[in-house]
Design a protein. Structure first.
Length: 74
């Protein structure tokens, strides 16, 4: 589906792997802390932005379009 929007398989795969690693680390950390610490958890924007350094400008523009559409369609 994302290929139709201009994001190729390699970019999709890389994003999926990054999200998966981040999720796994987060769940492992959540298991070690209190409920309130989990409740107050914030995602660091800098960590997310570092991922985009690996992609071309065109890929970033296409990803931004997909994200904007997802955010505003809710």
């Amino acid at each position: 589906m994302e290929r139709e929007k201009g994001v190729d398989n390699e970019v999709n795969r890389e994003l999926a792997m990054v999200v998966n690693r981040y999720y796994q680390k987060s769940i492992a950390n959540f298991a070690l802390v209190s409920f309130l610490d989990v409740w107050d958890y914030d995602i660091e924007v800098g960590e997310i932005l570092e991922v985009f350094d690996r992609f071309s400008r065109k890929d970033i523009e296409n990803i931004q379009k997909v994200v904007k559409k997802a955010l505003y369609s809710m």
